[in-house]
Design a protein around this ligand. Structure first.
Ligand code: C2E
Ligand code: MG
Ligand code: MG
Length: 687
């Protein structure tokens, strides 16, 4: 219902439209009633005016009858004197006026503004006995003529005069009075009628207004009021819902419904406060899933989410048994906070329990999934005085466990903190080194054809001549550059330097292949193909002289994101080499789909190949795999002639290692390249 009004403003509009229409209707009804009332009043007022004129005229008739009688008496007394003439004129004039007025009264006169009588009573007064005014006036006027008719005898005229007097005094007056009374009577009736109409019109207007107000406006206003209230209520509910959601999302993880990092920090802090009072310890366990990215990449994020929800339940189950709280602090990281109470907590046992519970196979829709985790522990107050540092240190311990291969747990050791500080310092110094001359440089290590000992290429390897610490190994600072993102800038510097050197050599007629190490982070952050192509074009270097080395584990962890770039590298004519092969976790299927030219066997296998039969078999297998996929196989880290001979016998085509040459500055490599053939003894060449 709420939703209907909220979502359909058309309903509200209809209400307003209905209300406006009924209001207009009421106005029309009232206007009609007012007009009707006005016309009625006006017609009755007109009638009243006409009645007043008629009554006035009747009064004048009465006076005229008296005057005619008076003139008749004076005419009789005047005899034949000279007074007779004007008197007779006035007499006849009075008679004529009376006659005119009489006909005007009887039939109406537009010149005198006298209406034609319509009432039956008035007509009766004029035409029928006992009044018959018309007959009486006619008789009166005939007698008036007889009074002055000299053809009659004086006695006849006297008799006529007596009759005229009598008629003027009684008949005429009575008849005219009857007429006036009748008009007055009708006038009163009309006024009464008018009052009735007036009352009726007023009543009609009031009833209309009442009906409108009660049956239309009231329900309409009530309904609008109700809807308005519902609408407000709905907005309030929505506000509350949103506020609740925000509150929830601030403190909880929407997927697993576990407290989030913020919430966990609060809980650790309150545990610390209790521990301070009770002189107890607080334990923070950081749990990081090993290679969870693989689960997401291979099974999809939905399955990954289902697994995380299941895992959250498992962890909650164990944590609540130990009165602990579980939180999800990052995508694949959980944490548990526990208060160590009197019954001594068997921590090692708890860690094992957690590890076992996490690595218990997870089955869903015919998929069997097994994930391990690295765990790190930090204690209050030994490893941190507040929630932030405790969680951070537990996290460092967990990362340490991960670095050591995962699926194990580590306690926080403060040495780790100094390792972190060193990382941060090195990162800042590396940033400066990138912008200053001479600290960074490239060394080049030759690669040889095992059969002939001929140098077929070089690998560019970065070196950092640290102002205080001297030459630093890339194994130390490249991972820092990768973590901080500096690798993009650093890698670009390497590209420019290496290609510039290649160009320099080509100027001296030395045409060899240059292998350049590229981090996957570089591929993820920018389009490396475009950049290399542009540089190569700028320096006039053919793509076939450029080989890009990417470590196996790096490729496999991010294959979905970088595949198009890898394909592009091959398409543009550059060669792609999988570096440190054997340390990653390539599947044959994935390897088959990868567009690469060279497989570089990791140094660790070469190193152990002569010591361990298994490693020798492994190297043999890698060479076979490479060949079956039609790839060139190169072994790195060849230090002894025995290693070289073994690899040669296994069919490995190329080699790289201290046996031939250590990585050196360009100048030193140039003379070797001009010679091309390494000065190796026939024994070294295995012949
Ligand atoms: P990598 O690409 O596998 O390079 C081979 C490493 O093995 C080099 O170490 C090289 O000096 C070393 N090596 C070669 N032959 C032998 C040998 O016979 N015995 C022994 N013990 N070592 C040998 P380096 O120069 O310290 O580089 C270490 C790693 O740092 C490289 O491994 C590569 O992954 C990375 N790296 C070096 N330069 C760059 C660079 O410019 N960019 C990137 N992204 N990574 C680089
Ligand atoms: Mg390499
Ligand atoms: Mg390598």
């Amino acid at each position: 219902m709420h939703e209907r009004v909220y979502k359909n403003p058309e309903l509200l509009r209809q209400h307003w439209r209905k209300g406006t229409l009924t209001y207009l209707l009421a106005l029309v009804i009232i206007a009609v009633l007012a007009l009707l009332s006005h016309y009625l009043v006006q017609s009755i007022v007109d009638e009243q005016e006409a009645t007043a004129r008629v009554v006035n005229l009747a009064g004048r008739q009465r006076m005229l009858s008296q005057r005619i009688t008076l003139f008749a008496s004076e005419l009789r007394d005047a005899g034949a004197s000279q007074l007779r003439e004007p008197l007779a004129a006035a007499y006849y004039d009075a008679i004529s006026t009376m006659s005119t007025m009489h006909y005007a009264l009887m039939n109406g006169s537009s010149s005198l503004n006298i209406p034609t009588p319509t009432s039956a009573h008035i007509k009766q007064i004029f035409n029928q006995p006992p009044v018959n005014l018309h007959q009486k006036v006619t008789e009166f006027l005939v007698i008036a003529d007889e009074v002055v008719d000299t053809s009659l005898t004086p006695a006849q005229r006297d008799a006529a005069y007596a009759q005229l007097k009598q008629s003027a005094r009684a008949d005429m007056l009575n008849s005219l009075d009857t007429l006036v009374f009748q008009f007055q009577h009708e006038s009163e009736a009309a006024i009464k009628q008018l009052q009735r109409y007036n009352r009726f019109s007023l009543g009609g207007m009031l009833v209309t207004l009442f009906l409108e107000a009660f049956f239309i406006f009231r329900p309409l206003l009530l309904s609008l009021y109700r809807r308005e209230k519902q609408y407000h209520q709905l907005l309030l509910e929505m506000d509350e819902e949103i506020a609740e959601q925000i509150q929830y999302q601030t403190f909880y993880d929407p997927l697993t419904k576990l407290p989030n990092r913020l919430s966990l920090l609060e809980k650790i802090q309150s545990h610390i406060e209790i521990a301070q009072q009770n002189q107890t310890q607080v334990i923070v366990i950081s749990i990081g899933l090993d290679r969870f990215k693989d689960v997401n990449d291979s099974l999809g994020h939905d399955q990954g989410d289902v697994f995380l929800v299941d895992l959250a339940e498992r962890l909650t189950d164990i944590a609540t048994r130990h009165r602990g709280i579980v939180a999800r602090v990052a995508g694949d990281e959980f944490a548990i906070v526990l208060e160590q109470n009197d019954e001594k907590l068997e921590l090692v046992q708890l860690m094992r329990l957690l590890s076992q519970s996490i690595s218990r196979p997870f089955e869903q829709e015919n998929i069997l999934l097994q994930v391990t985790a690295s765990l790190g522990l930090a204690f209050y107050a030994d490893d941190g005085a507040d929630a932030h540092s405790l969680l951070m240190h537990a996290n460092q311990a967990m990362r340490n466990a991960k670095d050591e291969g995962g699926n194990c747990f580590r306690f926080f050791q403060s040495a780790m903190t100094s390792k972190m500080t060193r990382r941060i310092t090195l990162e800042q110094e590396l940033r400066q080194a990138l912008n200053s001359e001479g600290q960074l440089m490239l060394f080049y290590q030759p690669k040889v054809a095992l059969q002939t000992g001929e140098i077929i290429g070089v690998e560019a390897l970065i070196r950092w001549n640290h102002p205080e610490e001297g030459m630093l190994s890339p194994a130390e600072f490249v991972p820092i550059a990768e973590d901080s993102g500096l690798i993009v800038e650093l890698g670009d510097w390497v590209l420019v330097q290496a290609l510039w050197q290649l160009r320099e050599w080509q100027k001296e007629d030395i045409y060899i292949e240059m292998a350049i190490n590229v981090s996957v982070k570089q591929l993820m952050r920018r389009n490396i193909c475009d950049r290399i192509s542009a540089l190569a074009e700028q320096m006039d270097i053919e793509p076939r002289y450029i080989q890009i080395e990417i470590t196996e584990s790096n490729i496999m962890d991010n294959m979905n994101h970088i595949m198009t770039q890898l394909v592009d590298i091959e398409k543009r004519g550059f060669a792609l080499a999988i570096d440190d092969f054997g340390t990653g976790h390539s599947s044959l299927a994935r390897l088959r789909d990868l567009p690469f030219k060279v497989l570089k066997i990791d140094r660790s296998f070469v190193m152990n190949a002569l010591k361990e039969a298994k490693d020798q078999q492994l190297v043999a297998a890698i060479v076979d795999i490479g060949h079956s996929l039609n790839k060139t196989v190169i072994a790195e880290g060849i230090e002894t002639v025995e290693q070289q001979q073994l690899l040669q016998s296994l069919g490995c085509e190329e080699g790289q290692g201290y046996l031939y040459a250590r990585p050196r500055p360009a100048k030193q490599v140039t003379s070797m390249l001009l010679q091309r053939q390494l000065e190796l003894t026939p024994n070294q060449l295995g012949t």
